[in-house]
Design a protein around this ligand. Structure first.
Ligand code: MN
Length: 232
């Protein structure tokens, strides 16, 4: 059937450095608690048995440089600066070599979070959707192809809020490596081009309010920024 009653939004397309064609956003997977210092500031233990995930809707993602209204339903809206990796080829039950080969590129991303709702739901042992999957709640910077950036090592990852540094760490602090995450996650999903994985945030998360601007950077990658405007 080709006729539809209405049309849905086209997928968001992330620019790729040095490419004319962009990377359309399919699914967004996010790793929780992947930096020990961040888990500690959240008052929780790191689970070293296996990574865990939540997902964010691709229709709720925006590109770096966006201005978003302060979201409804929260009084504690937090930034989380993260390394995103973009899958470039289908992969299922990957071994480490296959995992590495499946990475198309990397980018800076913000995992915006209604922290008050996330913590409230966590305490009640409920899902995090209201806390995490908010409109305009994921922000993507342009991607850099893996071959143009190199391996994840000890690159600096940091975030400024109105020019003051809030988060400052290195990718050497990642508990689960990008390969380990792909190996594990591909045991549950047929990962494919369009899938993006946010690899968790370092310590230093905190609130942002209307009128403030966040900028997150990882050495060698294009920075990601978001400005908050007054609530609607
Ligand atoms: Mn996060």
């Amino acid at each position: 059937m080709s006729k539809t009653l209405f049309s849905l939004p086209e997928p968001l397309v992330i620019p790729v450095q040095g490419e004319e064609a962009g990377y359309p956003v399919g699914r967004i997977f996010c790793v929780g608690r992947n930096y020990a210092a961040h888990a500690a500031e959240m008052g929780v233990e790191v689970d070293r048995e296996a990574p865990f995930y939540f997902t964010k809707s691709s229709v709720n993602a925006v590109l770096s440089g966006a201005s978003s209204p302060y979201p409804p339903g929260t009084e504690n809206f937090h930034y989380e600066m993260e390394l995103a990796l973009a899958i470039g080829s289908p992969v299922f039950r990957a071994n480490p070599e296959e995992a590495r080969a499946a990475i198309y590129g990397y980018g800076c991303a913000l995992d915006m979070t209604r922290r008050d709702l996330q913590i409230r739901e966590r305490k009640k042992q409920r899902p995090w959707d209201l806390g995490k999957d908010l409109e305009q709640g994921t922000v993507f910077a342009p991607l850099t192809k893996a071959a143009d950036w190199g391996e994840v090592a000890d690159q600096r990852i940091w975030l400024t809020l109105d020019d003051e540094i809030q988060q400052d760490a290195t990718l050497a602090e990642l508990i689960w490596s990008t390969e380990e995450i792909i190996c594990h996650l591909s045991g549950y999903y047929h990962l494919r081009p369009g899938d993006l994985i946010l690899t968790g945030t370092p310590a230093g998360v905190g609130p942002a309010v209307a009128g403030q601007k966040m900028t997150g950077t990882i050495t060698g990658l294009a920075p990601v920024s978001l400005s908050l405007t007054a609530a609607e």
